[in-house]
Design a protein around this ligand. Structure first.
Ligand SMILES: Nc1ncnc2c1ncn2[C@@H]1O[C@H](COP(=O)(O)OP(=O)(O)OP(=O)(O)O)[C@@H](O)[C@H]1O
Length: 454
C-alpha cells in the first residue's frame, strides 16, 4: 500500500466513522510501511495509537485488505524521532514489581506487536474453547514447565492468536524479568532468511536460544519450507533441552499438517495439544454481548433492539472475526445515521455479510431430511411409486427445494428421478394449497424448514 492509497482509504473511513471520530482519531494517522503482513502506521502519541487500535482497527484492517490482501495485522506506533519508548500495553492487574520494565528480547530481534485487546479479560469462554483457555491460563501463570510445547489449533478466526497474545501480555506483566518472544512462523522464516543473507546465523541462533518463552503463531506456514523447518527444529530442541516454555499455534493438529517433516510433527505433538472447536450459538452470543459493551465506550448512546444479537449469533457462524467485523460496522453505521440498531438496519447494513454467510441448502439435503421426517426410504421418495405415502413427502421435498434453493423447476425435476418440470410445478402448487388447509402439513413444513436452517 502507498501513502496515496492510504489518503483515499482514509476518505472511505470518514464516511463510516463520521466527521468527529475522523478528525480526532483517523486524520492524525500516517501510513508507514508494510512488512511480514503487518501494516505499520505512525501515530503522534501512544494514547492515540492504543485508542485507534482498540476501536477502529477492524474497520481500518478491512479497508487496508481491500488494497493489499496480504496484510493481516495493523500496528500503530509512535515514530522513533517522536518517542523511542513504545511501552507494551498494560492491562489488568499487574503482579510485576513496581518500576520493573517488561523485558524485550536482546538486540537484533524485535518482538511482533501485541494487540492490546487480546487479553484474557476480553476472551469469552464457552464449551468449544474451555480447554484451550484453561491450558493457556496455566502457561500464562509462568510456573514450572509442565507440558512442552503447548500446541493450540483450530479453524480460522477462532481465537488462537488472541490466546497467544493473552499469554504474552500476562507473562510480561507477571514476570517482566523473562524474555518472552512472540512471532508468527512467517516472521521466523523471514528473520532466518535475513540472517542467512547477512551471514548472521550465529547471532540468529544466539538470540532465539536466549529466550525464556517462545511463541510461534501459525506454524503451518513453514510446512514445505525445508531449511526453515530444519532451523525451527533445532531451535525447538535447544529450548526444550533448557526447559524453556514453547507455545505454538496452527490451523490443524500437528499430525495433519501437510509437508511438515515427521520429526517436526512428532516434536509438536509431544506436549499438550488442544483444539479450539468451532463456536456454538451460546459462545457467539456471549462474544457479541461482550463486544457490545466494548463498543459502548465509543458510542455511549448505542441502542440495540431485542433479538438483533441473537439473529447475528444465529446467522454468522463462520468465524469470530467476521462476527466482530459485522458488529463494528453495524455500530459505526447506526451512529452515523443516528438510528437504533434494529432488524431492518441490520439487514440493510450487513446484507453482503449475511448473504455470504447464508448456508447453501442443497436439494439432496432436503430430500434426506424429508424422507427421515416421514420415515420412508430416500429411494422410494425419489423413485416412481405413486402411493400417497410416498407422493406427499415427495411434493413436500419439491416445495422446499423450490423455496429454499435457487434451483430451477427442471433442475429440481432432474433430481427427483428425472421428472418433468410440470410435475414439480404441480407438486409445489399442491403443497401451497395444503399449507393453508391442512394444519399437519403446515407444521411439518415449519419443522423441516427449521431443521434445514440449523
Ligand atoms: N472467545 C473469544 N472471545 C472474544 N473474542 C474472540 C474469541 N475468539 C475469537 N475472538 C476474536 O476474534 C478475532 C479473531 O481471532 P484470532 O485472530 O485470535 O483468530 P485465529 O484463530 O488466530 O485466526 P487465524 O487462523 O486467522 O490466525 C479476534 O478479534 C479475537 O479477539
Amino acid at each position: 500500500m502507498t501513502k496515496e492509497q492510504w489518503g483515499q482509504l482514509r476518505q472511505r473511513l470518514l464516511k463510516t466513522v463520521g466527521q468527529n471520530n475522523y478528525k480526532n482519531w483517523i486524520e492524525p494517522i500516517e501510513f508507514g510501511n508494510t512488512q511480514d503482513g503487518v501494516a505499520t502506521f505512525d501515530v503522534p502519541t501512544n494514547f492515540l495509537g492504543n485508542y485507534v487500535s482498540q476501536n477502529f482497527a477492524d474497520l481500518i484492517l478491512h479497508e487496508v485488505r481491500q488494497e493489499n490482501p496480504t496484510v493481516r495485522r495493523l500496528r500503530f506506533a509512535v515514530p522513533s524521532h517522536v518517542n523511542s519508548t513504545a511501552t507494551p500495553p498494560r492491562t489488568g492487574q499487574s503482579n510485576a514489581p513496581r518500576g520493573a520494565a517488561p523485558k524485550t528480547p536482546r538486540s537484533g530481534l524485535s518482538t511482533a506487536p501485541l494487540d492490546a485487546r487480546f487479553t484474557f479479560d476480553n476472551f469469552i469462554v464457552g464449551k468449544p474453547n474451555e480447554l484451550a483457555h484453561a491450558a493457556a491460563k496455566r502457561v500464562a501463570e509462568g510456573g514450572p514447565v509442565t507440558f512442552n510445547p503447548l500446541f493450540l489449533y483450530g479453524g480460522v478466526g477462532l481465537g488462537k492468536t488472541h490466546l497467544m497474545h493473552a499469554i504474552a501480555h500476562d507473562l510480561r506483566l507477571r514476570r517482566p524479568e523473562i524474555n518472552v518472544l512472540y512471532l508468527s512462523a512467517e516472521q521466523f522464516m523471514y528473520r532466518f532468511v535475513q540472517a542467512l543473507r547477512d551471514r548472521k546465523m550465529m547471532d540468529f541462533k544466539e538470540i532465539f536460544r536466549s529466550v525464556d518463552v517462545l511463541m510461534v503463531d501459525d506454524v503451518q506456514f513453514i510446512a514445505g519450507k525445508g531449511s526453515t523447518q530444519e532451523e525451527f527444529f533445532h531451535t525447538f530442541n535447544a529450548l526444550v533441552d533448557q526447559n524453556k516454555q514453547i507455545i505454538i499455534s496452527g490451523d490443524r493438529a500437528p499430525g495433519e499438517i501437510k509437508d511438515m517433516e515427521e520429526r517436526v510433527k512428532s516434536r509438536l505433538q509431544c506436549g499438550l495439544v488442544v483444539d479450539l472447536h468451532p463456536t456454538d450459538y451460546e459462545l457467539r452470543l456471549g462474544i457479541l454481548q461482550s463486544k457490545v459493551e466494548q463498543q459502548r465506550k465509543n458510542y455511549p448512546g448505542l441502542d440495540i433492539s431485542d433479538g438483533v444479537l441473537e439473529f447475528l449469533a444465529h446467522r454468522i457462524s463462520t468465524n469470530v472475526r467476521v462476527l466482530e467485523g459485522a458488529l463494528t460496522r453495524l455500530c459505526a453505521f447506526a451512529s452515523l445515521v443516528g438510528r437504533e440498531i434494529d432488524m431492518e438496519l441490520t439487514q440493510d447494513c450487513l446484507s453482503d455479510v449475511l448473504r455470504a454467510s447464508e448456508r447453501k441448502i442443497t436439494v439432496e439435503e432436503i430430500q434426506r431430511k424429508v424422507s427421515d421426517h416421514y420415515n420412508i426410504r430416500l429411494s422410494d421418495m425419489i423413485g416412481p411409486k405413486r402411493l400417497r405415502s410416498y407422493a406427499r413427502p415427495r411434493q413436500v421435498a419439491m416445495y422446499l427445494s423450490k423455496k429454499m434453493t435457487s434451483r430451477s423447476l427442471p433442475e429440481i425435476g432432474r433430481r427427483f428421478g428425472g421428472r418433468d418440470h410440470t410435475t414439480v410445478m404441480h407438486g409445489v402448487k399442491r403443497i401451497e394449497e395444503l399449507k393453508i388447509q391442512d394444519g399437519q402439513i403446515a407444521e411439518d413444513l415449519e419443522l423441516l424448514r427449521r431443521a434445514l436452517e440449523e
